[in-house]
Design a protein around this ligand. Structure first.
Ligand SMILES: NC(=O)c1ccc[n+]([C@@H]2O[C@H](COP(=O)([O-])OP(=O)(O)OC[C@H]3O[C@@H](n4cnc5c(N)ncnc54)[C@H](O)[C@@H]3O)[C@@H](O)[C@H]2O)c1
Length: 355
């Protein structure tokens, strides 16, 4: 298959900011359909970019469209599993935005449906595709870091609550606050760089201290529509520890709002031969030279294609049988297990949850 025909379901913030620009640059993908319950959003994207695309208000109608090979799900989290399962039943490949689903059961259903249909399931892991992440992954695979025994995964904001009052801050629709929203990015990146070790136990604490605060200083707060006097029943900060069977440990901290100096997003890894720091725009390796001097080496890869663009290109190339997927659905299920166990720990006063 030279051209993969795609239908986008959910034409909101991330579809417009990252997915549509990526498809426009990909020579092997064609957007043939757009769907949104707010149909004007689908019509606007059609008018601007995809003149020949069909527009649907109901995703079941899009799934019945036989001209579509694959769907890209960019809806609120609670719809990911339901739409993916229906898409597999309709014989489509599926790329879905993160998080995979809002429960382990739902994530498992997506995977089972993909196996039954014999179609590809990939969930967005754009940070794995960041060129600085790819550099680190190669460096680690050559065993140049030695044994990685400590990791730290952080994305913390001063004031960056997305879509306050809307689906992002409504547990039944999002599955949670920054733990599921940002943890799925940063914990996954650190875990993947470590080689996806088996989890032994997790502990976590969550806090909700900014439900009455409407300030924002982060462009990330622009995702999702705000709703005046809407629901806010999720955490705004999560902090804790993940222990692995190989003896390694990961600390994580993710927040949408906190009284800190500035928004920060980073991963740190401590290995026996070298350490590493990643912040999206660079990777730094720390090591000891043969003469005993402490050295560092910074790699700063400029992105021409965005991280999301690389992820989308990987999905298209996997369908075309030209590439291996950089994500396995079993890893997605494990990630949702980890996040769910952290919520359970937090609900039980930070008590350790063993796997
Ligand atoms: N990977 C990333 O960097 C990143 C960044 C932001 C958001 N996301 C993820 O992308 C997804 C969407 O987030 P967003 O910020 O674009 O939210 P959004 O609210 O801006 O967009 C969601 C869109 O889905 C539409 N929608 C809702 N129900 C629908 C249905 N039943 N059928 C069709 N369309 C429906 C809404 O009308 C809206 O246009 C979420 O899962 C979020 O976690 C990922």
């Amino acid at each position: 298959m030279d051209i993969v025909r795609i239908g986008i379901i959910g034409v909101g913030g991330i579809a417009n900011a990252a997915h549509i620009p990526a498809y426009l640059k990909n020579p092997h993908a064609q957007i043939v359909a757009l769907c949104d319950i707010d149909v004007k959003r689908a019509e606007t994207a059609k008018k601007k970019f995809f003149k020949d695309a069909a527009v649907y208000e109901n995703y079941m109608d899009l799934l019945a469209d036989e001209s579509i090979d694959a769907v890209d799900i960019c809806t609120p989290n609670y719809l990911h599993s339901e739409i993916a399962v229906e898409a597999f039943r309709a014989g489509k490949h599926v790329l879905c935005e993160k998080p995979d689903a809002i429960s382990v059961d739902e994530a498992e259903k997506m995977y089972a449906a993909s196996l039954e249909a014999g179609k590809i399931l990939m969930v967005m892991r754009n940070n794995r595709f960041n060129l600085n992440s790819q550099y680190l992954k190669k460096f680690i695979s050559k065993e140049r870091m030695g044994d990685i025994y400590v990791a730290r995964a952080v994305w913390r904001r001063r004031r960056g609550i997305p879509g306050k009052g809307g689906w992002f801050t409504t547990k039944a629709q999002s599955g949670g606050g920054p733990l599921i929203d940002l943890g799925v990015h940063m914990i996954d990146l650190a875990w993947w760089l470590m080689g996806c070790p088996e989890v032994e136990a997790v502990t976590g604490s969550t806090y909700s201290k900014f439900a009455d605060n409407d300030a924002k200083d982060s462009p990330n707060a622009d995702f999702g529509d705000r709703v005046e006097n809407g629901t806010f029943d999720v955490e705004d900060l999560a902090i804790g520890t993940i222990r692995f069977r190989n003896g390694a440990v990961m600390q994580f901290e993710v927040s949408w709002a906190s009284n800190i100096e500035k928004e920060e997003r980073y991963v740190e890894l401590y290995g026996t031969r070298a350490g590493a720091y990643w912040d999206g725009s660079r990777s730094v390796i720390f090591y000891e030279a043969p003469d005993g001097k402490q050295k560092s080496n910074t790699v700063n890869q400029n992105e021409i294609v965005t991280d999301h663009g690389h992820n989308i290109a990987n999905f298209i190339d996997v369908i075309r049988d030209k590439a291996e997927p950089c994500y396995q659905p079993q890893q997605g299920i494990e990630m949702i297990k980890i996040l769910s166990a952290i919520y359970t720990s937090a609900e039980n006063g930070g008590k350790e949850v063993r796997f």
